[in-house]
Design a binder for this molecule. Structure first.
Ligand code: TXA
Ligand code: MG
Length: 320
């Protein structure tokens, strides 16, 4: 299959929407990372996503919507926590896990009784969903296990000849995925840290949000059990007080703040900005791999605000 990469305009968005309606899969930009979308109501189309990514079929997908009507069609009920959070953060980088309606195929939810839903803020994502006229199931548009794509070029690296079309909307704004919150029970549970911080969620709800590990059920968000986001290079996380001598000449050092590092020729820092780090970390993993770097040392950062999502991705990228 030939993969077309096109600049989004009214014609190419109409073409993408037509492919979605015809049961095909299409990559598109969101404010977090690029998604690989299919008609969420078409089980056969959704299966093509798993095939193209090499994704395990027990890992459910997020359904992207662009109206309240689509939300109502997909869920059985909307809890008051869900209502509060969607009022505060939609459209935006927040995914809510809700009880699914019969309209949602088992392929989307991996057979589960809940469905993850997000209303993205990116104008191209919104136009695509509106023109397709159906909700769009979409995981990140990378091969399973690879760093999530924050540019169309990254999607092309992973999925050329596996998908018909990539809408090239340039670099994504946030660079890390959405926060996933389970709002089906009495207590809201943060299943995956992401673009909206735990602190922001708690401020909006006016009470504490549990995190996945406190909740004690390791498989609540099935995707969390897989190794993820990994560069080919070996990734080593270190804390401030560990003296650092690189294992090989061919190493890179990543830190949040600028600092002295005479032993590293290749040192990348983000001038103390977690936003900048979130925006660039996945792209950096891909570019260090291209440079043939063998070992990447990353200094742990304080896990408040966006730091929690960044540390989550780093921890899972460092697992072997
Ligand atoms: O920002 C994002 O969320 C991006 C863009 C494209 O929207 N999407 C994304 O999808 O990151 P994906 O498939 O790479 O990650 C979805 C996460 C996985 O950890 C999955 O297990 C979890 O959401 N998930 C999906 N449905 C779920 C459900 N019903 N219950 C619990 N977790 C769920
Ligand atoms: Mg992903």
């Amino acid at each position: 299959m030939k993969t077309q990469i096109v600049v989004p305009d009214s014609d190419s968005i109409a073409q993408a929407a037509e492919l979605i309606r015809a049961g095909e899969i299409v990559a598109f930009p969101t404010e977090t990372v690029y998604g690989l979308g299919a008609n969420a109501l078409d089980a056969a189309a959704v299966q093509k996503i798993f095939l193209a990514k090499g994704r395990p079929s027990d890992n459910p997908l997020i359904v992207h919507i662009a109206s309240r009507g689509q939300l109502r069609e997909l869920v059985q009920s909307i809890s008051s926590d869900a209502e509060t959070l969607l009022e505060a953060f939609w459209p935006g980088p927040l995914t809510l896990v809700l009880p699914k309606s019969k309209a949602v195929p088992d392929e989307v939810t991996a057979g589960g009784q809940t469905v993850a839903i997000r209303w993205p803020s990116h104008p191209i994502a919104q136009q695509l969903i509106q023109e397709a006229g159906v909700p769009i199931a979409a995981p990140s548009a990378n091969l399973s296990g690879k760093p999530s794509p924050t540019r169309a070029e990254h999607v092309a690296e992973d999925l050329t000849e596996r998908i018909p079309l990539i809408l090239d909307g340039g670099a994504t704004e946030i660079g890390l995925e959405s926060s996933v919150v389970d709002v089906t029970g009495e207590e809201p549970i943060l299943l995956r840290a992401g673009g909206i911080s735990k602190e922001e969620l708690e401020r909006s709800l006016g009470r504490p949000v549990l995190v996945h590990s406190d909740a004690g059920e390791t498989a609540r968000s099935p995707g969390m059990k897989y190794r993820h986001y990994a560069p080919q290079a070996k990734l080593i996380l270190f804390s401030e007080d560990v003296p650092l001598v690189p294992e090989t000449e061919n190493s890179a050092l990543i830190t949040l703040d600028a600092c002295d590092s005479p032993l590293f020729k290749n040192h990348i820092h983000f001038s103390g900005s977690k936003q900048k780090m979130a925006h660039e970390i996945f792209e950096l993993f891909r570019s260090l791999d291209k440079q043939g770097v063998q070992v990447i040392y990353v200094q742990q950062i304080d896990p408040s605000g966006l730091g929690q999502a960044i540390m989550d991705r780093l921890n899972r990228a460092a697992e072997r």
